[in-house]
Design a protein around this ligand. Structure first.
Ligand code: 5RP
Length: 217
């Protein structure tokens, strides 16, 4: 299955959500990269972009898109980003690339979150994909113990530091049927910066790329 083609199909459909004069939020990962690579087509239309990671910032600049500071732009009309898993009610797991905290910030600052995925990412219930949790290094053991108490299996992402200078703990085996409740519960553990569940603020639009077309949910 050629997922890179399906990612591109979804990314193309997301261009329809951009209006003249917009400053857009742009996510991180291979699907977001497919979207960034299409932005030269609408370069004259947008006023710039806010990036959810240093990698995205770099890629936007390579395409000649001006990268703006979220503290100066105010609310954004639209944020486009991928996901590791997505449900039909637009709850997501993100953070496979470790950019979850900045992604959550840019999503929260945006009026419309357009999530773009290939069809392999669509699931009935979240939780097959390990859940990324960004943690202040001092709290690694404390947070790992709390994850075990919740029934999860924590694993430190080795050799990885987030753009914010923190560690990522990937948690397997968590029951995410009530994704918003688990999102809030994890956020309440001291030392957790954020976690990769996007259910309290889900996507507003989910574009699912197939081989020949995109479905919009
Ligand atoms: C990065 C993310 C990505 O959106 C997620 O990992 C999906 O990545 P890809 O588009 O490469 O499959 O949340 O932190």
């Amino acid at each position: 299955m050629n997922t890179s083609h399906m990612k591109k199909v979804a990314a193309e459909a997301a261009l329809d959500y951009i209006d003249i004069g917009d400053v857009i939020g742009v996510g991180t990962g291979s699907t977001a990269n497919a979207f960034i690579d299409l932005l030269p087509k609408v370069k004259g239309k947008i006023d710039g972009a806010v990036a959810s990671s240093k990698a995205t910032e770099e890629r936007l600049r390579e395409h000649g898109i001006s990268v703006l500071d979220l503290n100066r732009t105010g609310p954004l009309p639209v944020y486009v980003d991928g996901a590791d898993e997505a449900t039909h009610n637009k709850h997501l797991i993100k953070g496979g690339g470790g950019a979850l905290t900045r992604e959550k910030i840019v999503a929260a600052a945006s009026d419309k979150f357009v999530c773009i995925v290939d069809k392999t990412k669509l699931v009935d219930v979240l939780g097959e994909f390990p859940l990324a949790i960004e943690v202040i290094p001092l709290a690694q053991s404390l947070v790992s113990r709390a994850i075990i108490k919740l029934g999860g299996l924590p694993e430190l992402r080795l050799g990885f530091t987030t753009d914010n200078g923190n560690i990522v703990i990937d948690a397997k085996n968590l029951d995410l049927k009530d994704a918003a409740a688990v999102e809030a519960r994890l956020n309440g553990i001291a030392g957790v910066v954020s976690n990769g569940i996007f259910a309290i603020r889900p996507a507003d639009v989910l574009i699912v790329g197939h081989e020949t077309h995109a479905d919009t949910l």
